[in-house]
Design a protein around this ligand. Structure first.
Ligand SMILES: C[S@@+](CC[C@H](N)C(=O)[O-])C[C@H]1O[C@@H](n2cnc3c(N)ncnc32)[C@H](O)[C@@H]1O
Length: 248
């Protein structure tokens, strides 16, 4: 797969338009059926990009850190179902997700690990082919996962991290600020559909979706702070966070 940028994502929207339209409909139904017990956190753009990157890269193993009620979980599982291959390992302290994920999505392809990821590192799968991060949003937690989780993920693996660009810039001491500084140090480019950070790509994607008949919202989130990137080339990041690293 090429670099994760606007051109790739536009291309993916055109190529996966049909299956994406079907998944958007079933996610809309799921939201209706689980009303009162499903809070959809990921917004439509973020969920769709995640779905399409999973379709395009066809990972055998996906790790999701932070399920909450299962909105991102069901989008990820839909992609694995449509790929006809792949397993998802999800981690969260709370287990509301377990009753929300329909069995036709979970059966044979999902494992949920309850508990604080910092105590459950031994359960992290090897050979992660896509890493999805949407858990605690403070800088301390980000430093922990940069030091302990990221080094387990092979260079080139697609990664997404939520809650980075709620504004034009990440606020100091937040998860976003810590991750962005690490991306800078490692010379890693990222893509964000964030309306606040990247208004032009954001509008371009909205226009393309409209043109493709995908304009009607699945849920009405308007905040799209997620960033998407590929794990940089060296596993040298197991140094203590905050120290200078060697880059790509
Ligand atoms: C923003 S929510 C996830 C939303 C979900 N991805 C979605 O699309 O709806 C963040 C989740 O991370 C979980 N979390 C926070 N810290 C965690 C930790 N140390 N280990 C495991 N899960 C954690 C929280 O319990 C919460 O359910």
């Amino acid at each position: 797969m090429d670099d994760i940028d606007l051109s790739l994502i536009g291309d993916l929207y055109r190529r996966y338009r049909e299956p994406l339209a079907r998944v958007r409909n079933s996610q809309r139904d799921l939201l209706r059926r689980t009303r009162g017990r499903m809070t959809a956190q990921l917004d439509d753009l973020e969920a769709e990009i995640t779905y399409m990157l999973l379709r395009e890269t066809r990972p055998e193993t996906v790790m999701e850190l932070g399920t909450f009620h299962g909105w991102s979980t069901t989008w990820i599982l839909s992609a694995l179902r449509d790929n006809g291959t792949g397993r998802l390992h999800s981690f969260d302290i709370v287990d509301d997700v377990v009753t929300n994920v329909p069995s036709d999505l979970s059966l044979g392809r999902w494992e949920f690990h309850k508990g604080d990821i910092r105590q459950n590192l031994a359960q992290v799968p090897t050979d992660i082919g896509y890493l999805f991060v949407d858990a605690a949003h403070n800088g301390r937690f980000a430093k922990w996962y940069l030091a302990e989780l990221f080094p387990r993920v092979a260079p080139g693996t697609p990664v997404s991290v939520h809650d980075v660009f709620h504004g034009r810039r990440a606020l100091p001491l937040t998860e976003g600020a810590v991750v962005l500084s690490w991306l800078r140090r490692t010379g890693t480019d990222f893509f964000t559909p964030s309306r606040k950070r990247a208004p032009a790509p954001h509008i371009a994607l909205l226009e393309l979706r409209e043109k493709l008949g995908l304009g009607e919202p699945v849920h009405t989130g308007e905040d799209n702070p997620m960033i998407f990137f590929r794990m940089p080339g060296k596993r040298a990041e197991k140094t203590s966070p905050g120290t200078t690293t060697t880059g790509n």
